[in-house]
Ligand binder design. Structure first.
Ligand code: SF4
Length: 69
């Protein structure tokens, strides 16, 4: 596990946006810890069409905090 900081994908509303209630994603929001080998799709409008995959500790200027982060 690795720590996920504010501003990183794991705490962003766009990380796995189309299945945001998945237990793995909810767990990251609660614990701020994520598995080392995890990747998920970014749903940001500028990235979604490209099917960008990011890790929980990736990030970009499109960050927007997830509701329960
Ligand atoms: S790439 Fe940017 S918009 Fe997408 S999940 Fe990460 S921080 Fe959010």
């Amino acid at each position: 596990m690795e720590h996920v900081h504010n501003g990183q994908c794991g705490l962003c509303s766009h990380f796995g946006e189309n299945h945001s209630t998945a237990p793995a994603l909810v767990t990251i929001l609660k614990s701020h810890e994520a598995p080392l080998n995890m990747v998920d799709e970014c749903g940001h409008p500028k990235h979604a069409a490209l099917h960008l995959k990011v890790t929980p500790i990736s990030g970009c200027d499109g960050f927007s905090p997830a509701a329960s982060a």
